[in-house]
Design a protein around this ligand. Structure first.
Ligand SMILES: [Zn+2]
Length: 149
């Protein structure tokens, strides 16, 4: 993630993005939930007792899904993963903190016997393309890592 070329955006783009942030139940999460329901998977929502409070939890399978915004969670190589042109160092630190926290949460979950899968915001519109990977993760004995690259 650190090695990707940074894309810089103006203040205007930044404030536009900030105002677009919604609390808790975001549209991408709802889209993923509908998709899972259509595939007949049963799940629970935000389990507050699990590291990182995963968005969607499959208790019986001991698997969790995170629905991550590409910008804040720094989806590597994604067109949405821009960096504001002002206060670059401040933003870098902020982003770094988020990325490290995400990694730590996945590690903690793994230690507690939970497998994690990340769905990125930019993948929401083409969820069908993720179906194979998602089903392999949910049905497989040894799901893969949190990253979906
Ligand atoms: Zn993305």
């Amino acid at each position: 993630m650190a090695e990707q070329a940074e894309r810089y955006v103006t203040d205007e783009a930044t404030s536009k993005r900030m105002s677009a942030i919604r609390p808790l139940e975001t549209t991408p999460e709802v889209a993923v939930r509908r998709f899972l329901t259509a595939l007949k998977y049963r799940y629970r929502l935000n389990r507050y007792d699990l590291p990182g409070r995963p968005d969607i939890v499959f208790p019986g399978r001991r698997k969790v899904l995170f629905v991550h915004g590409c910008y804040w969670h720094r989806h590597a190589g994604c067109f949405r993963t821009t960096t504001p042109i002002r206060n670059v160092e401040m933003w870098r630190k902020k982003f770094q903190t988020t990325v490290e926290r995400d990694l730590r949460n996945v590690r903690l979950l793994t230690e507690q016997g939970w497998q994690s899968f990340v769905i990125w915001e930019c993948q929401i519109r083409t969820l069908e393309a993720l179906r194979h990977q998602l089903e392999a993760f949910l049905n497989g004995e040894d799901g893969h890592d949190a990253d979906t690259q």
